[in-house]
Ligand binder design. Sequence first.
Ligand code: PMP
Length: 450
Amino acid sequence: KRPNAQRPRVVGVKTEVPLYNGERVRYVNLDSAASTSPLIKVRQAVDDFLPWYSSVHRGSGYKSRLSTHLYEKARDAVMRFVGATPATHVVIFVRNTTEAINLLAHRIQLEPDELVLSTRMEHHSNLLPWFRRAHEIIDVTAEGRLDMEALEQRLQHHNGKVRLVTITAASNVSGLITDIRRAARLAHAHGALIAVDAAQLAPHRTLDMGTPGTADAIDIVAFSGHKLYAPYGTGALVVPATLFVDGEPMLVGGGTACLVTNSGIKWATGPDLEEAGSPNVIGVVAMAAALEELMRYGMDRVAEHERELTEYAIRRLQAIPGLKLYGPSWEHFLSGAEDRLGVICFNMEGRHYGEVAAILANEWGVGVRSGCFCAHLYVAHLLGISEEDAAEARDRLIAGLPVDLPGMVRASFSLSNTKDDVDRLASGLLAISRGEIRAEYTRTEEGDFE
Ligand code: PMP
């Protein structure tokens, strides 16, 4: 370990925001599970590149060649970040994890009797694309962990017909980290591939796809740049080089064909085939800068910093009367387990989650998220809502009737947070729990608190 490496710094940590009474305070961003602010290194890389960017791949001018070089070099950064190599894998640049998984769901070839296994823990991005294909959902345990026995049982039941197991590496609701190595061994033992939604894990832990062809290697990985200290609009899908050889890409157009005649097309190969149209070169260069900076610092250090903050936060939040934390008990984590990210979901007794989030924003300058976090199946499980009740709410919504959906508040930590940030959150929640609310809140027709 290099002892004195400087922690990567993000843009805008001192930004002040107005409170309900016009006073301005430093903004505390506890919503990094949604998006992170860019690193200063990312801003520099974009600034340096702006005078130079140009159309990649087909231009012969200096700027085009430079842009092509940096665009292709970014694939190498992604490869190193996930522990893959071009000998076996291909990096496809996409807009985000959602697009990556839609692409995978579109491109994966299933025989008529084959299916995909996904899980109840998933963000909708790794769930809804599979609703369009033959699929089954693996349940979670009462605590909210992926049920490995159920996974094994379903793999056995389908007897070699599961083509792909696709799971999240860490939940955006409970922060629980999935044992993706164990899931990989199970998938491979039954002839299935394993895909990992690394949108949440990648910003916080080392992501290593392992040695291709070994039992616990990860075959496919997807993540988003905007959760990794780069701007919106860029993500990556890393797949085995052999996976998308047959069939047509999801989007067709410029760059996807080698030769087009009236009577047929010779398609391009590799990532070109999947990246139709002019790509987001600036976004890709920005994301690569973020990955390089994180690799320089070391993800183990990122994890260490966030662990310290999360422990501190949990100890403070556990002492607040009326605050209910979701997911498994945090005691396991506090006693040293490495099975959880700094994502904390809670509700305050007697207060709507939307109101708690609004008070934290308006009176304390703290940005959190509230609702169901695009993980309805999982949130319903953690809140103890039955499928029947959820289906009734859905039918009311379909019929245009009002429904007050249940939900939670989520605070999430990143490498730019400090103990001061945790203190602000804890002070805000303590005040709410004591009924010390300073502004008046009304509910809009859409159900938001203002
Ligand atoms: N998967 C997980 C686990 C996520 O947390 C998110 C973002 N909340 C996504 C997928 C989707 O990411 P994006 O919106 O960048 O496509």
